[in-house]
Design a protein around this ligand. Structure first.
Ligand code: 5FU
Length: 262
C-alpha cells in the first residue's frame, strides 16, 4: 500500500524542521493523515479519546482551556500516551496578540503550552510579531514547537479573504522552518514545503447549527489538495451504531482508509 497524499517534498529541506519531519514520518509509518480534535471538558475524557484514537492518528488536537480539571500532570499523561501510540500533540490556541503578550501566553499561565505541545497555531492578523514572540518563547523554553498559521477558516461568514490568505502564505514562507504549515481549506503552497491541515471534516457535508461548515474527506483531499484532516465530532460524537470506545474506534477506521490506495 502506497500513501496517496502524504507530502513527499522533503528534499533538501528535510532536516530544517524536525517537527515536520517527525509528523511526516509518523504519517508514513501509520498510513494516516488524521488529526483528531478532542474537544471534551474533562482530563479523563481527553485521555480516554487519546487512548482510543491513538493507534490511528498522527496528531491529537486539543483546546487545553476547555478542560475544567487541567492539572500539572495532564500534559505529562498526554505526552506518555502520545509517545506510546506515536502521535503529536497540537494545542489549537490560535494566538492573536502582540509579540510580547504571546511570549507570556505561550510559555506561562496555567497551560504552559510551550513546555509540552509539538504543534500550535496563530492568527496572522497582528503581523510577524506574533510569530517572533512565539519563536522567542520556544527558544527560552529550549524546545522547538511547530507553528501553523490560520490562513482560512471553516466557519460560515468568517472575515478572511483572498488577500489575507495570500499575506499568510508570505508570512509563513518568511517564518519557515519555525512555521511549518497552515490551517486552511485548500492547498496553500504549491511547492508542498508548507502543509495544510483542514478542519471542518465529516463524512456527510453539513453544518453544526453554530456556523461550522463541513466538507467530506474526499472533497478536501482530492479537490482541494489538503495534506491532513482534522476531525472532531465526526469521530468522538458519531451516532449509532457505535457506542463508547467502540464508537470512536469504529468511526475512525473510515477516515485513514480514505487516504490510501493499494
Ligand atoms: F481554525 C479552525 C477552523 O477554521 N475551524 C475549526 O473547526 C479550527 N477549527 C477547530 O477544529 C475547532 O476549534 C474544533 O476544535 C475542530 C473542529 O471540530 P469538529 O467537531 O470536527 O467540528
Amino acid at each position: 500500500r502506497q500513501p496517496s497524499r502524504i507530502p513527499q517534498e522533503l528534499g533538501s529541506e528535510s532536516s530544517m524542521s524536525p517537527i515536520r519531519d517527525q509528523l511526516y514520518a509518523i504519517s508514513r509509518r501509520k498510513k494516516s493523515i488524521l488529526c483528531v480534535a478532542a474537544d471534551v471538558e474533562s482530563a479523563e475524557e481527553l485521555m480516554s479519546i487519546a487512548e482510543d484514537v491513538g493507534p490511528h492518528i498522527c496528531v491529537l488536537k486539543l483546546h487545553a482551556d476547555i478542560i475544567r480539571d487541567w492539572a500539572t500532570e495532564t500534559p505529562k499523561r498526554l505526552q506518555e500516551i502520545a509517545a506510546r501510540h506515536d502521535f503529536l500533540l497540537f494545542e489549537d490556541r490560535k494566538f492573536a496578540d502582540i509579540g510580547s503578550t504571546v511570549v507570556a501566553q505561550f510559555g506561562s499561565g496555567t497551560h504552559r503550552i510551550a513546555s509540552w505541545a509539538h504543534i500550535t497555531n496563530a492568527h496572522a492578523l497582528p503581523g510577524p510579531g506574533v510569530i517572533d514572540g512565539l519563536r522567542q518563547a520556544c527558544e527560552s523554553s529550549g524546545r522547538m514547537v511547530g507553528l501553523l498559521l490560520v490562513a482560512q477558516m471553516s466557519s460560515k461568514g468568517n472575515l478572511i479573504d483572498g488577500r489575507y490568505t495570500e499575506s499568510c502564505l508570505r508570512m509563513a514562507r518568511d517564518a519557515f522552518p519555525f512555521c511549518i504549515g497552515f490551517i486552511a481549506q485548500e492547498r496553500m503552497d504549491p511547492t508542498g514545503k508548507l502543509f495544510v491541515m483542514a478542519p471542518g471534516v465529516q463524512l456527510e457535508a453539513k453544518g453544526d447549527g453554530l456556523g461550522q461548515q463541513y466538507n467530506t474527506p474526499e472533497h478536501l483531499l482530492k479537490e482541494k489538495g489538503v495534506d491532513f484532516l482534522i476531525v472532531g465530532r465526526g469521530i468522538y460524537a458519531a451516532p449509532e451504531p457505535w457506542q463508547g470506545r467502540t464508537k470512536v474506534q469504529g468511526t475512525i477506521l473510515e477516515y485513514p482508509s480514505i487516504e490510501y490506495r493499494e
